[in-house]
Design a protein around this ligand. Sequence first.
Ligand SMILES: NC(=O)C1=CN([C@@H]2O[C@H](COP(=O)(O)OP(=O)(O)OC[C@H]3O[C@@H](n4cnc5c(N)ncnc54)[C@H](O)[C@@H]3O)[C@@H](O)[C@H]2O)[C@H](O)CC1
Ligand SMILES: [K+]
Length: 475
Amino acid sequence: MITGERMAAVDENAAALGVSRKQLMESSGHAVAREVRAVADPGDRVVVVAGRGNNGGDAFVAARFLDDYEVTTLLLGRAAQIGTDIARENWDALERADYDTREVTDSSGVALPDADVVVDAMLGTGISGDLREPAATAAAAITEADATVVAVDVPSGFDADAGDHADNGVEADRVVTFHDAKPGLAALDAAVTVADIGIPVAAERFVGPGDVRLARPDGRDGRPYVIGGGPYTGAPALAAQAALRAGAELSFVAAPDSIAGEIQGYSEDLIVQPYDSDVLTPAVADDLLETAERYDDVVVIGPGLGTADETLEAARQFLASYTGRAVVDADALEVVSDLETDATLVCTPNRRELARMGGPEADDLAAAADEIEAFAAEIGHIVLAKGANDVISDGERTRISRSGTVGMTVGGTGDTLAGIVAALLEHADPLDAAAAGAHVNGLAGERLAAADEHGFLASDMLAELPAALWGGDDE
Ligand SMILES: NC(=O)C1=CN([C@@H]2O[C@H](COP(=O)(O)OP(=O)(O)OC[C@H]3O[C@@H](n4cnc5c(N)ncnc54)[C@H](O)[C@@H]3O)[C@@H](O)[C@H]2O)[C@H](O)CC1
Ligand SMILES: [K+]
């Protein structure tokens, strides 16, 4: 099962792997033609009703595979309004090759020609809101037509993220959906075929630019709260700065008053809140919990905390009561394994910490991905296991990030990772935030290594984060 927005991410990952959207469109169109052939007799009349996006583009491809039938392709709009190059190229090919094509420029022209089969290619996963004209009128005409209706990807009007169908959406007899089932499709009164369109498994297994686009904030978003420090001061500062560089609006650090000034000294951009103690204690944890629940529901707990017994008890107590989203890093990971909590945790162990938590002992994390997935299922939280390749799993879905470089074994890169994940956790699905966070941290290291493989610092990565998050678009 895959949502429409994740499908777009997988498409983008496939393109980055070298399987272009145009190749996918050709496969999609061929799959649609196969379905039409299954319900039509030679010589039947097939009417394609196409929208201006790639859903329409799929049907322009299908028309080229239906020479045994009388095919008419209607475009709802003018060719100049076709929204993507690959759809426009396929429309132009139909026109140049003298296929029967018609541009319908207003809803009065939507009177459907007689048809044995209608291909509904108006709207797919690019839909937003209820059907607008002329798609609404066309949808009614298609539903009422005395023809077998074959829908491309989803019936027009169906929302592949929410899994529901517009009241005025097309009622299809058959649906050819691509790559994977969509939530809610099975509930429709239609025969659904899932067509393999040649997307490499790697496009879902390995984190790519589509995952980064899906998880990154559009504007400034969120106020993560870093609970770290005491005795160390650099780690919480790196995590909090990384959160700002990854799109957070504000970044708070709660730290012992003995070192709060030092942490503030690293950066005027941080809001450092001292607490009256030398280390995090259970008594302090209660106050921090109240603040965390008030500010925003994402915290980072762990960077630089140290391993004093009362500190670990305080971390345990905080997490047991917390109900928001938390990145748990470094020393705080010790308390996760037998923790009862309603919080959504993203645990970010390195190989050593993973073993200490009770997870698999592995030199090559990617090779141990299944065991890491089982461990994530066992503890009931997301595990982002950090290594040469990072393994990110929620116990059901597992992704691998291959970004990064050997220079990132310098201290502090785990702290920047924790901060990036916290910023993305404000709005993205937790697994998407963890996968994209791991990937972007690695991309920042790669950007530094391009200049000089050795000797860069975790703090150097901060300035590379915006380009790693927003700069890699393939368009
Ligand atoms: N990997 C795959 O699944 C592939 C899918 N393909 C096909 O691409 C579409 C998604 O294409 P996209 O261009 O993103 O959007 P659509 O064609 O679905 O629709 C955009 C089109 O519709 C207009 N529009 C949006 N909302 C409405 C509305 N409520 N009422 C009326 N019109 C609306 C918008 O203005 C655009 O013009 C996917 O479904 C697959 O069919 C790829 O071809 C191959 C890989
Ligand atoms: K459709």
